[in-house]
Design a protein around this ligand. Sequence first.
Ligand SMILES: [Zn+2]
Length: 341
Amino acid sequence: MLDKIDQFQKEFLQELEGVKNRGEINELRVKYLGRKGVIKSLLKQLPSLTVEEKRRLGGKINQLKKLVEKKLAEQEEKLNQEQPLTSQGEFLPHWPSQFGRLHPIEWMRQRVLNIFHHLGFVEFKGPHIENDWFNFAGLNIPPGHPARDLWDTLYLNQNDKKGNPLLLRTHTSNIQLRALEKYGVPLRVMAFDRCFRREILDPRHSHTFSQFEVLVVDKGINMNHLKWLSDYFLKEILGQVTESRFRPKYYPFVEPGVGVDAKCVFCNGKGCPICSYSGWFEIAGAGMVHPQVLKNAGIDPNEYSGFAWGFGPDRMLMLMTGVNDIRQFYQGDFQFLKGGR
Ligand SMILES: [Zn+2]
């Protein structure tokens, strides 16, 4: 009987080597470990033996059983690594595997915040429903100021406790006075969040959109810092081949104000269809914080200066990914989010 056990062990190891899939592993398991399997049939013969033989052979059979269990488990693990269950699909119904992924805007948010986090910026959250002071008047845009026409604003039909009209914030700049009031100076904050405007919807305009903005206020801050930061960020996000260019631009809460262009990364500034043959993309808006805004936050503009810098992540994403309709970022279309469209 001892020979028989050795023989079974040899056979098992040979058969195991020829195994190619989980079905065959299962067959072996049934053959050796099943209710009518090899091990059970060996054990059945034990009662007819002497006590001494029982002990010796019983131990031997047990060793064989342990070996079979261990080798089958190892082989199964090996197959799992070589052929994941979902692709082999022998025992599972054929459901396609689906992995979650970050929404493009969230992907962008994490990327941008990370870049500025390394420069010492802290995220600051402002409310989506804002009052007129923080969104407009406090930022040097008093009621009736023609600059208000730059923003098509969605007003709520009510005022806050102090009688300020409530509205859906039109930009992330509503964090400026809030952050200065909360933390004082020196200050280095950033915001990446949703803003809202009354837009006629088209592929380039959505009533809901994202903005990113940073605000720096300290002693001795000047345009050089603004230029350095623009270059640094654009190279980090678009690649080292780009660089920034400033154009004069008007925003009521900065003086001077600039439009920030990035050199086209597709043609290296030579001009191509993607950059409308200009060699540059209009990316960001920025400028030195207007002295009146600092005064509104109770800060002496003779002692402190600062800059604000912001851009539209949606537009940047469109540029980077080739998505040609901004509304797709806000519609929750599953096909689009899976990358199928
Ligand atoms: Zn180009």
